[in-house]
Design a protein around this ligand. Sequence first.
Ligand code: ZN
Length: 400
Amino acid sequence: MSILGMPRKIQKEIDKIRAGFLWHNGSRKRYHLLRWDSVCRSKQEGGLGILNMKQINLALLSKWAWRFRDPNCLGWWKDILLDKYARIRSKAKWSQLWKYINDLEQILKINRMNIVGNGRSVLFWEDTWIDDKPLKIDYSSLYNICSNTKCTVAEALSSNFAVIQFNRQLSHVQRDMLCHLQQKLCTVHLTLAPDQVCWVGGTNGKFSTKNVYRWLDFGGIKINWYQQIWDLTIPLKIKIFLVMLSRNRILTKVNLRKRGWEGSTSCEICGAQETLQHLFFSCYPQYKLWQWGLAKFDYNCQINSLSDLGHMIVHIDIAERTPFKIICAAVLWNCWLHRNDLCFRNGTVKSMRQQGLAILSTLHYWNGMWSDKVRAVMKELMPVLEELPLQLTLDDTTMP
Ligand SMILES: [Zn+2]
């Protein structure tokens, strides 16, 4: 993958096998809860962080394109490629590696800053070297009529712009623009040192395939909420459950109906429509459980949806925030287990006391994963939680 581009057909076949691990249970097919490109998104963007084959292939290949333009990277391979292909214009006669070097050059250009030394390897119009973008963007009117768009910084400055010729006479506006450009370049002085390149897509200026992959993978929006879920010290299975929950991809009966399932969409406890919001927040026993818990922890608010929960967590004291998130994760997970028990194992409706005990048991099970800091705060919160099963009785599940 670091030398050759992967054919689309092979990439699709490999992705099909990988998707099979996620969505198939032996011969039994499961519902696809997320599109494959969403599964491959970063965890901060609501994906599962599984590597995107096409992008990792491009990121690995980009290393060659970067080395090719890095004046400090020398090697016979560069000389051979240049000697063999630089003069051939027909792409059909190019090797696959040379094609990729040329294609990826366009991607890398955006994140490459040239530090001009002797100016011999930096393109005057098309490389980024004096501003944070190439001159051809701010001075497009001049670039579009320039007859030598591939001239280097050295050629332009050492000839005092004599190599920059235009196809037609400049208008007043273009003449002013050229004057402005010349004034801007007065401060640039060439030296004898070779040019340098640095990568602006990362934090330390150094190029890495990891940074290129991140840049290619970035879909534009990072959501803090997802990162908070992945940072929790709870089992991976629960983190994936919470991500699916926050994306409304949990297979509640209403969501199943949207996927063609024909059964009843009634809640097993109260008979209302089993939406995600109803199951986890509005169904009466669950609603009452949240209210009881919030009152016990002195949080004076109502939780009717996942976004209410998110807003409330932001206002919790920072020292208690992580333990509180873990408790919420345990409440949501146990709610889901309870519902599945009712749907698939002919279970009986648990009293809130039993639900409280189940939540405590889950928290004790996760205890081994916590840091000392979280465990210390939990030690103080647990006694409050342990009051829950004693105070709530079977009668509390009765609808008002
Ligand atoms: Zn219900």
